[in-house]
Ligand binder design. Structure first.
Ligand SMILES: CC(C)(COP(=O)(O)OP(=O)(O)OC[C@H]1O[C@@H](n2cnc3c(N)ncnc32)[C@H](O)[C@@H]1OP(=O)(O)O)[C@@H](O)C(=O)NCCC(=O)NCCSC(=O)C[C@](C)(O)C(=O)O
Ligand SMILES: [Mg+2]
Length: 361
């Protein structure tokens, strides 16, 4: 383990200094596209500005025969889209590289950092098992950044998709100052855990609790309540991320047609503390943007609590409810997020401002 004093030192001569704090850039939807798919690639330039993150996916869901085309496709898209990534506009550019033990992972990192490193905001690393995977990527990125003459560090996002990765979640989050966040990889994680599901994220009708029998009538009709298969995992991710000052995200919802259940799953993650999710199909972007932007009524309420709490200490009554230092802190989370989102989303700003005006009438 590095000494605390060395933690923020660059890992290669000439590499940029690591960030002390991970910027809270809006990332409600991380939209996946396959850069080797001409139809998808053609849609990317027009999506800039309407989605927080565009992610060129090189890993699973890209055919083995298309791996090199996807890597080159991402380089070409970045070069042809000047306002994408690298702080040049509101939309960030991320990539998901192939796994570290695959035949493509090393060349993905080498090519992307040296060719379009100034445009890449975050590299998502799949199937992270422990701190050793992050240490490897950390040093390699530093060497490549130095070679490419970059003046800003590229951040790292880990996908939790193995039982070992879950057990090591805290050490993964704290392994490098580059760590930006975590996403759930429900399909690989389910397989690795030997869960008996066949879906990509979402619930399962068999995972339920049943109401107790009335008068011992166990055969009688009794309501059942479907439970959230991912509650434990997401809650662990959220705590590990909060502890290390980085950001948790839900992940993929594979039933593209079931927009209702998708919204529910995203909202559970939002309420538990996640800042965003993945979008696999253009129609999931609007769902993610809606869910991961606090509702205008909640923002208006949070602002009223902040105002009523004055110097932030003591207890007050508002609408019959007690508010104190701790409820104020929750409201500040909501207000700060609303302000960050309003700064990049004029339609949302209008909604937040309109409801403030109404409340103050
Ligand atoms: C689901 C699929 C096959 C349906 O694709 P489709 O073509 O059948 O859909 P469509 O409704 O017919 O598409 C309409 C139009 O939108 C385009 N389109 C469609 N999708 C996109 C997109 N994402 N971005 C940009 N454009 C898109 C598509 O090309 C088409 O264009 P057209 O009108 O010109 O014909 C397709 O949307 C897709 O391949 N999405 C990405 C899938 C992906 O990235 N999967 C990997 C992440 S999940 C994962 O890896 C798991 C995890 C974490 O590792 C673990 O749990 O372990
Ligand atoms: Mg996976």
């Amino acid at each position: 383990m590095r000494s605390a004093k060395d933690f923020f030192a660059p890992l290669a001569v000439g590499a940029p200094a690591p960030l002390r704090e991970i910027p809270a850039r809006p990332s409600r939807a991380i939209h996946f596209f396959d850069p080797s798919n001409p139809k998808m690639a053609a849609k990317v330039p027009d999506m800039v500005g309407s989605v927080d993150v565009l992610l060129g996916n090189l890993e699973d869901a890209v055919k083995a025969d298309n791996k090199l085309a996807a890597r080159q496709g991402l380089v070409d898209i970045a070069r042809a889209t000047p306002d994408l990534g690298g702080g040049r506009g509101p939309t960030q550019l991320w990539t998901r590289v192939n796994a570290l033990d695959s035949p493509w992972g090393l060349d993905d990192l080498t090519t992307l950092v040296t060719e379009i490193g100034d445009r890449l905001d975050v590299v998502m690393v799949p199937k992270v098992q422990g701190a050793e995977d992050i240490h490897y990527v950390d040093r390699l990125l530093a060497q490549l950044e130095a070679k490419a003459g970059l003046d800003r560090p590229i951040l790292v996002h880990a996908i939790l998709e193995t039982a070992r990765g879950m057990v090591n979640v805290e050490e993964i989050c704290g392994a490098s100052p580059r760590m930006q966040g975590l996403s759930l990889g429900p399909a690989d994680l389910a397989a690795d855990r030997r869960m008996k599901t066949t879906r990509v994220g979402g619930g399962h009708p068999g995972y339920l609790v049943r109401q107790d029998p009335v008068d011992g009538d166990i055969e009688g009709s009794r309501p059942t309540y479907q439970q959230d298969l991912w509650h434990y995992t997401i809650a662990r991710m959220v705590d590990a991320c909060a502890m290390h000052g980085i950001y948790p995200y839900y992940g993929p919802f594979g039933d593209i047609t079931d927009v209702v259940a998708c919204e529910d799953q995203f909202r559970n993650a939002f309420l538990l503390g996640c800042v965003g999710t993945w979008s696999l199909h253009p129609k999931q972007i609007a769902i993610a943007n809606r869910v991961f932007s606090p509702a205008p009524e909640d923002v208006a309420h949070a602002r009223r609590v902040v105002e009523a709490m004055g110097d932030g200490t003591g207890a007050v009554m508002l609408d019959g409810k007690m508010e104190d230092d701790a409820s104020l802190k929750q409201c500040l989370v909501m207000v700060e997020l609303a302000e960050q989102l309003a700064a990049i989303d004029p339609a949302l700003k209008e909604q937040y401002d309109a409801i403030v005006t109404e409340a103050s009438r």
